[in-house]
Every structure is written in C-alpha cells, then in structure tokens.
Ligand binder design. Structure first.
Ligand SMILES: O=C(O)CCC(=O)C(=O)O
Ligand SMILES: [Fe+2]
Length: 225
C-alpha cells in the first residue's frame, strides 16, 4: 500500500527544518547506498552522525507516534534514524529497490518493510523531483507539500526524477513493521479505518466491539516479535 500522510510535521516545523538543513554540511549521497543504488544515485545527504541530522531526526521520530494514520498504516516495530537528502541542478536517483537489511548506527539491524519520504521543500520551490513508485497498477508520482510524508512498501522499484530548478530537501528512512507482509498490513489498516468510521458514526455497538476483537486477533496472528 502506498499512503500519503498529510502534515506529519506542521508547516512551521517543516520550514524550520529546511532552513536548518540548508545551512548544514552535505556529502555525496552514495555514502549509504548499496552497490546497485550507488550507480543510480546522484544527490547529496547529511552524514548519518551529523548533529543536525540527529536533532532533526529526533523531531521526526517524536512526530510519528503522535500521528494515528501513520501508526495504523505502519504498525512500526523499529524505525531507522531519519536521514536527509537534497537534490539540485539535475540531481536525481534512478530506479532502485532499497536494501532489505540496514545496519542501525546504534548497533543491530533493521529489516526494511516500509520506506518513507518526508517532504521539506514546497512543491512550487522546485521543478522535477517527483518520487515515482511502481506497483502492480503502474507508476505513482508523489510530490507533496512540505511536512507531508509518503509511506510505501520497500519492495517497490522507485526513482526520483531530476530536479531541474530550485532545491528539493527531504528526510527519508525505513521502518520494520510488526507485520512484515504488505497485504496483511493493508487489510489491518483497512479494517482499523473502517472500525474508526463506524465508531464515529454509530457510537457504541456490540458489532464494533466484535470487529475490534477481530482486528486484535488478526494482529496477534500476524505480528512478529
Ligand atoms: O528522495 C527520496 O524521496 C527517495 C530517496 C530514496 O529512494 C533512497 O534514498 O533510497
Ligand atoms: Fe530508495
């Protein structure tokens, strides 16, 4: 499932982050790329351990659990400390699939079930820079307002088209979900959204209690420790 989540950061938070990032020291984006994606990647990145990356990354990590849509869709188990990238002057990222396993800077590792981009530049500030994500129905073009994020299965082939005017700054990272399978996770999300709507429209009802039970029993069955 590909999901756009509006305002994971407030417009002010996103603008402050972008301003701080534009002052920071950037390095060649290939520092975190695997062998194939190093050939596809032409952009810049903040070093993983840069103090600015860690400070802004922590702000994003704090915003995620406060967003019900994100929590329901991602069912996060572990979140990679957010990284930051920047594309200008024709920089781009050709077709690739993200590495399945990534080493955490703090030790240990994470299986990448979901990939995400938090947009920090407003769409009208740059030309190009669309994130194109393939699924079985074709390619989806994503270019969101600053502060909004897209969540998509890490199994997807994706690319970022050349930025031909202005600057595209964003945060990107990966999530290991409690539910590894995208199909199962999508069913849980759909069920959760539908239960929430019913609860709002109908209020208390035995059938809603029963459906909530089904949700939790499916989650119990499908989640991994
Ligand atoms: O810049 C983006 O939106 C995506 C970056 C990306 O695909 C990656 O770093 O693997
Ligand atoms: Fe990627």
């Amino acid at each position: 499932m590909l999901l756009e989540i509006p305002e994971i950061l407030s417009p002010q938070q996103a603008a402050d982050m972008k301003a701080a990032l534009l002052q920071a020291e950037w390095v060649d984006g290939r520092v975190t790329a695997g062998h194939q994606s190093a050939q596809a990647k032409q952009n810049r990145q903040l070093p993983e351990n840069s103090p600015v990356a860690r400070e802004l990354g922590d702000m994003i990590l704090k915003a995620l659990p406060a967003n019900g849509l994100f929590m329901s869709a991602a069912l996060p188990q572990r979140v990679f400390p957010p990284l930051f990238n920047r594309y200008e002057g024709g920089e781009h990222f050709n077709n690739h699939v993200d590495n399945a396993i990534r080493r955490l800077p703090t030790g240990g590792q994470i299986r990448t079930d979901l990939s995400c981009t938090v947009f920090l530049s407003e769409p009208e500030e740059y030309d190009g820079g669309e994130l194109l994500i393939d699924d079985t129905y074709g390619a989806h073009s994503v270019k969101l307002p600053a502060g909004s994020m897209v969540l998509y299965p890490s199994t997807s082939l994706h690319r970022v088209t050349p930025v031909t005017r202005g600057s595209r700054v964003s945060s990107f990272f990966w999530i290991q979900s409690l539910v590894r399978d995208d199909g199962q996770r999508t069913l849980l999300f759909d069920l959760d959204m539908s239960i929430n709507r019913l609860r709002q429209e109908v209020g208390d009802h035995d059938a809603i209690v029963a459906q909530t039970g089904v949700y939790h029993n499916l989650l119990r069955r499908w989640s991994e420790p």
